[in-house]
Design a binder for this molecule. Structure first.
Ligand SMILES: NC(=O)c1ccc[n+]([C@@H]2O[C@H](COP(=O)([O-])OP(=O)(O)OC[C@H]3O[C@@H](n4cnc5c(N)ncnc54)[C@H](OP(=O)(O)O)[C@@H]3O)[C@@H](O)[C@H]2O)c1
Length: 266
C-alpha cells in the first residue's frame, strides 16, 4: 500500500480531542492517520478507528518509535506495545521518530531492528523522520533505500528543506511534509492569502495544494470539522506556475521543531 497523499496528524491531541479529530476525519474521508508513541494518544486513535466503523484495510496507519526504544533489544517490544494500544495487529508504517540523540544507538542498529520487526509482521512498511542527509545516507547504507518508505520532515513554505528533498529524491525516497501549515503560521501570509482570494480557496488549501503538487504526502492536523474538510479538499486545487514560484520564494529557514536532541540540520 502506498502512503495516501493526505493524512491526518495527531500531535498534541489528547483524550477526547484525539478521538473526535480522528473519528471526524475518518467520517469525512481521511484514510491516513499519523500518530507516534510520544504523542500519548495511540489508545485514543485506536478507539476512534474502531468507532468510525471504517474497515481496517482501508486505513493507512503510521506510528513512530520514540528515542528511548531505538536499541535492538527494545524496538520490537515497544512496537508491540503500540499495536496493543492501537488495537491493531499491524500498523502500515513505522518510523524512527528522531535519530538517536547524540548517536547513542547507531542508525544501522535501529534500522535493522525496524526491518526485522516489519518482516515479523508488526508493520507493513518502515521509514525515518527528522533524518538529515548524512543520517539518511546511513539508513540507506544499512537497509537499502528501497526499504525506506519515507523520510517525514518539517516542510512548509517557510522551511522548504530543499537539501533533504533533493537527496531523498535522488535515492527514490518519498517525502512526507509534517507541520505543513507551520502550525498555522503560514495562514496569515499575505502572498498565500492573495493566491487564496484569487482562487476562491483557503490559505490552508493553497499551502497543501502547493505541497501536494511537489509530490509530497502531507499530514495537517485540526480539531475543527470545517478545517478537516477543507484540508482534505486541497487535492482538487491547482496552482499555476507563477503561484508556485511565489510560494517557492517564501522560504526563510523558519524551522519550528528543533528540540535540544535534534541532529545537525542541513
Ligand atoms: N515527525 C515529527 O517529528 C513531527 C513533528 C511535528 C508534527 N508531526 C506530525 O505532523 C502533523 C501536523 O503538524 P502540526 O499538527 O504540528 O501542525 P500543522 O498541521 O501545520 O498545523 C496545525 C494547526 O493549524 C490549524 N489549522 C489546521 N487546518 C486549518 C485550516 N484549514 N484553517 C485554519 N487553521 C487550520 C490547527 O488549528 P485547528 O485545530 O483550530 O484547526 C492547528 O492549530 C502532526 O499532527 C503530527 O502528526 C510530526
Amino acid at each position: 500500500m502506498t502512503i495516501p497523499s493526505i493524512g491526518l496528524g495527531t500531535f498534541r491531541l489528547q483524550g477526547q480531542a484525539a478521538i473526535d479529530s480522528v473519528r471526524t476525519g475518518l467520517a469525512l474521508g481521511y484514510r491516513h492517520i499519523d500518530t507516534a508513541q510520544i504523542y500519548g494518544n495511540e489508545r485514543e486513535v485506536g478507539q476512534a478507528l474502531r468507532e468510525a466503523g471504517v474497515a481496517r484495510s482501508e486505513i493507512y496507519l503510521t506510528t513512530k518509535v520514540w528515542t528511548g526504544h531505538l536499541a535492538a533489544d527494545r524496538l520490537a517490544a515497544s512496537l508491540k506495545d503500540s499495536l496493543s494500544k492501537l488495537g491493531v495487529e499491524q500498523v502500515d508504517l513505522t518510523l524512527i521518530h528522531w535519530p538517536s540523540p547524540g548517536g547513542a544507538v547507531p542508525v544501522a542498529e535501529s534500522m535493522e531492528a525496524l526491518l526485522a520487526a516489519r518482516d515479523a509482521g508488526l508493520s507493513g512498511a518502515i521509514g525515518i523522520s527528522n533524518f538529515p542527509v548524512a543520517l539518511m545516507r546511513e539508513a540507506i547504507a544499512s537497509v537499502g533505500a528501497q526499504q525506506i518508505a519515507t523520510n517525514q520532515v518539517e516542510l512548509h513554505p517557510y522551511l522548504q528543506n530543499r537539501t533533504v528533498v533533493d537527496a531523498a529524491r535522488a535515492a527514490g525516497i518519498h517525502i512526507t511534509a509534517y507541520m505543513p501549515l507551520a502550525y498555522g503560521k503560514v495562514l496569515d501570509d499575505p502572498v498565500i492569502g492573495a493566491i487564496a482570494r484569487r482562487l476562491g480557496a483557503t490559505p490552508a488549501q493553497v499551502t497543501l495544494a502547493w505541497l501536494l503538487a511537489k509530490g509530497y504526502a502531507v499530514i495537517p492536523s485540526s480539531t475543527k470539522r470545517a478545517n478537516l474538510a477543507g484540508n482534505l479538499a486541497a487535492d482538487t486545487l491547482v496552482l499555476d506556475a507563477l503561484e508556485h514560484a511565489a510560494i517557492d520564494a517564501l522560504d526563510n529557514g523558519g524551522r519550528l521543531v528543533s528540540p535540544d536532541f535534534a541532529p545537525a540540520w542541513d
